[in-house]
Design a protein around this ligand. Structure first.
Ligand code: NAP
Length: 305
């Protein structure tokens, strides 16, 4: 039986891995395949991570954390966790054909992009509809795109898209943004960005790829059609807790419930990062909670020995 299995490899999971490895727990990290490295892998410049006055690229930060975790003895296994259950003396996590049993589990599975829920968005997924500007902006050189949302992700994605697209139209369902002031100012003052308030996407239209959208003004109900080459969604995230549903206490939105010490309702199972954070969702808070979870896991393992 392992000491600790860490499920998820974003900044919280890797920070937990560094701490657990330095405590000689020889942690196993199930990194996931498609989402290996978490949301920072889909980001460009991170400007607010302490210690980097000139900013740091999200993927570079993750690579450094991976190296740091491995240096201290963490074992990174590139598999998706597919099952979780309680066993005698601990817990079992299934990943592909492998199973891992451990005295303690740290859940750091993060959150994935939210979709609008339109049938047409699924039809054009990867063919004009994207949730990752960092990944797909390049395909929209000199084209017109829409970014949906009103938070920091909208601002970040929208500003990044201006480097490629000829015009970026931000479509937001309310008449004010929730993004931080500095990001709002950058959006509002950018010559390539136009903001359409009080509006939702009603339908995405096209043949092989997207060529237009139907926009609905939520105040008047008026529907207009707008020619567009691409739609980027930046409307928040949903916690990745499917394998824990019914086995660990989750809140009504699916986030893992934790106390101030990152403990879940199951002894020895801790959670950190965006999978349990309904408030801050910052790289630095995710890292901090990863540290807390690992210290708690260390104490837990020590106490049962
Ligand atoms: P967010 O702050 O939750 O914003 C989501 C936005 O999408 C909101 O404006 C929301 O509208 C809108 N929205 C949600 N569901 C929608 C729907 N079905 N249809 C249309 N619009 C919808 O999410 P986020 O921007 O991804 O940010 C998440 C967290 O990460 C935040 O704490 C943020 O500060 C942080 N973050 C920080 C940075 C940075 O510091 N550089 C970058 C990215 C993210 P309403 O406003 O009407 O609710």
């Amino acid at each position: 039986m392992e000491n600790v299995v860490i499920v998820g490899s974003g900044i919280s999971g890797l920070t937990a891995a560094i701490y657990a490895a330095r405590a000689n727990l020889e942690p196993i990290v199930l990194t996931g395949v498609a989402e290996n490295g978490g949301q920072l892998m889909l980001t460009t410049e991170v400007e607010n991570f302490p210690g980097f006055p000139d900013g740091v690229q999200g993927p570079d930060l993750i690579m450094k954390l991976q190296d740091q975790a491995k240096k201290f003895g963490a074992k990174l296994v590139q598999e998706d966790a597919t099952g979780f259950e309680q066993v005698d003396g601990g817990y079992k996590v299934t990943a592909g054909d492998s199973t891992f049993e451990a005295k303690s589990i740290i859940i750091s599975t993060g959150a994935s992009a939210r979709w609008l829920g339109l049938e047409s968005e699924q039809k054009f997924k990867g063919r004009g509809v994207s949730t990752c500007a960092t990944c797909d902006a390049y395909f929209y050189k000199d084209k017109e795109v829409i970014v949906v949302g009103g938070g920091d992700s909208m601002a970040e994605e929208g500003l990044f898209l201006t480097k490629f697209a000829s015009k970026v139209i931000v479509v937001h369902r309310r008449d004010e943004f929730r993004a931080s002031k500095i990001m709002q100012d950058r959006v509002m003052n950018h010559e390539k960005i136009e903001v359409v308030w009080d509006t939702e996407i009603d339908e995405i239209l096209g043949e092989q790829t997207v060529n237009a959208v139907k926009l609905k003004n939520v105040k008047t109900g008026e529907i207009t059609e707008k020619k567009i080459d691409g739609v980027f969604l930046a409307i928040g995230h949903i916690p990745n807790t499917k394998i824990f549903d019914g086995k660990i206490d989750l809140d009504e939105q699916g986030y893992v419930k934790t106390d101030r010490r990152m403990r879940t309702n199951l002894p020895g199972v801790f959670a950190c990062g965006d999978v349990q954070d309904t408030i801050y969702k910052q790289a630095v808070t995710a890292a901090g909670s990863g540290c807390q979870a690992a210290i708690e896991a260390e104490k837990f393992v020590e106490n049962i020995e």
